[in-house]
Design a protein. Structure first.
Length: 523
């Protein structure tokens, strides 16, 4: 009798990136890797790989020269990124527009547009009035990156004769970089609700190390993904971390997921806190700084959890409210031989309109139960009461799923599997899982759910290494998502794969390459 034995092999294939430089005249050229150290006039260099149709991800790594003023560095870095990724930026804008139309969002409410304009004017005025203030100089450098990103995009569409890709700056800003701040502003002035319950997070303590990861929830139209590494050599004395790596979308400055690996062995992540109480929108005010600037600045200023929170809470806008998980792997290394005394390994930092909360949950959660999970439910009781969220942190359905599966994690592969978990027998709802698949729910008319997963460990974090995966989960034998089964979307989508059945990709900035797992089946 012939026995059929199925062997599955994982082949790691190096994908070489192309290298580019930009000089003080904003001239961009492709260069060989050997020439990179000798490019004296380069303000920024980048390596860029667009493999999103084959691996699920495009990758960009941008580094700037300390020989130039901070805002010149960030503007040039943005310009180079916008130029290189122009086609993906256009796809992001077009695909987001499809999702907005499906939700009945036909045009920006006039007062919402005025709010954004007033906020931008206030920030610019504050930066102008405080030329020697290091905080406002850092804010100004962040805004300069946005302007560079847009100008680089416009330069590319003109150069490649893609004038049909023209986007006004206001549309570029509100549709992409400001897109997660936008729902609160829209809700303040209209009955349209653009909020999404976003993301699952897990930090797991094991005998083999400390693992952390994040699963983004969003509209599937957001699945053109860009993994970014910024290494900006800014001179501002507030900058303590020059390098940050994160999952994102083309055209955005911040992650928006959010999941960041920050210099000096730290990770910053969040899950969104959605308001079920419309009264909270009265707190929004335009003399403020939006999320995308505050998180960028906080990550650069981050020395410990309190310093991150202080920076992030400065000039709060009330938009995009989250439960942040701030992990310091240095403190894990410090206390791992005596965890009963451990502190400051992980803090929960919550922002919810007029309220904020910071708490070290190292002993209360991580040591006590062996893991910390986050799933869009407030931990602070006062914030939970204001939100009117029916799901208390201790009774949230996803919280119960983490309580079921997290204690059994032994290996990194176990950890990855839990963050991709969607066992229908748990809740009988594909939408209610750690990695949701609402597209499989008969009553759902929009393709929505967990669109990716990013994972790393205490051993990987020092080198900004991570394993990442794009696309709705296929774990528990779920079928891969295929846009051909959604024809009203499929005919309109731009530069999007049809079938999402990708494997894990290993990101390693130290080698400037990406390795994609490709499965080969043989008998």
């Amino acid at each position: 009798m012939l026995l059929k034995v199925l062997a599955c092999f994982l082949l790691l294939v190096s994908i070489s990136a192309k290298h580019y430089s930009i000089n003080s005249k904003l001239q961009i050229q492709e260069v060989s890797e050997k020439l990179l150290p000798r490019l004296q006039d380069s303000i920024a260099i980048a390596n860029y790989t667009d493999s999103h149709l084959t691996s699920g991800w495009a990758h960009i790594n941008v580094e700037t020269s300390e020989s130039y003023p901070d805002s010149n560095q960030t503007y040039s870095a943005g310009f180079l990124e916008g130029y290189l990724t122009y086609d993906l930026i256009w796809a992001t804008k077009a695909n987001k527009g499809i999702a907005l139309l499906e939700k009945g969002f036909l045009r920006m409410p006039t007062k919402a547009a005025e709010f954004i304009q007033n906020q931008t004017a206030w920030i610019n005025q504050m930066a102008k009035e405080n030329p020697t203030d290091n905080y406002w100089n850092l804010v100004n450098a962040t805004i300069s990156q946005l302007y560079g990103l847009y100008d680089g995009y416009i330069s590319a569409i003109n150069h490649f004769n893609k004038t049909d890709y023209m986007i006004s700056f206001d549309d570029f800003y509100t549709a992409i970089t400001y897109s997660v701040d936008l729902p609160d502003v829209v809700s303040k002035y209209s009955i349209i609700d653009l909020h999404l319950p976003r993301c699952s997070f897990l930090l797991k303590l094991t005998e083999n190390g400390l693992y952390t990861g994040h699963t983004t929830w969003s509209d599937y139209t957001d699945m053109v993904r860009l993994y970014k590494i910024y290494n900006f050599n800014l001179q501002n004395p507030l900058v303590k971390n020059k390098k940050v790596s994160f999952s994102s979308i083309p055209g955005a400055i911040a992650s928006e997921d959010d999941f960041y690996i920050v210099d000096n062995n730290k990770v910053v992540a969040e899950t969104t806190l959605v308001a079920y109480n419309p009264l909270v929108y009265s707190y929004l005010h335009s003399d403020s700084v939006p999320y995308w600037i505050r998180v960028t600045v906080a990550n650069m200023m981050f020395t410990d959890q309190q310093s991150w929170a202080d920076a992030y809470f400065t000039h709060r806008s009330g938009t995009y409210n989250n439960q942040w998980l701030i992990v310091d792997f240095n403190n894990y290394q410090k206390y791992k031989s005596n965890l009963t005394q451990a502190k400051d390994i992980i803090w929960m930092v919550e922002e919810f309109y007029k309220l904020t909360s910071t708490i070290d949950v190292t002993q209360e959660l991580l040591i006590k139960q062996g893991y910390v999970a986050s799933y869009n439910s407030p931990y602070n009781e006062t914030i939970w009461a204001l939100s009117k969220n029916i799901d208390h942190y201790d009774k949230n359905p996803r919280g119960k799923l983490f309580a079921k599966y997290a204690p059994e994690i032994k290996t990194f592969e176990d950890f990855q599997a839990v963050l991709r978990k969607n066992n229908h027998s748990d809740t009988h709802l594909y939408c209610q899982a750690i990695a949701s698949r609402c597209d499989l729910q008969d009553t759902i008319s929009l393709p929505f759910g967990a669109i990716d997963c990013k994972t790393t460990t205490d051993a990987m974090v020092p080198n900004h290494q991570a394993w990442i995966l794009n696309g709705p989960t296929t774990y528990d034998d779920l079928p891969p998502f295929n846009w051909t089964e959604w024809p009203r979307f499929n005919k309109k989508l731009v530069n999007m794969p049809n079938l999402f059945n990708f494997n894990w990709t290993f990101v390693d900035p130290t080698t400037q390459s990406r390795r994609s797992g490709i499965e080969f089946l043989s008998w």
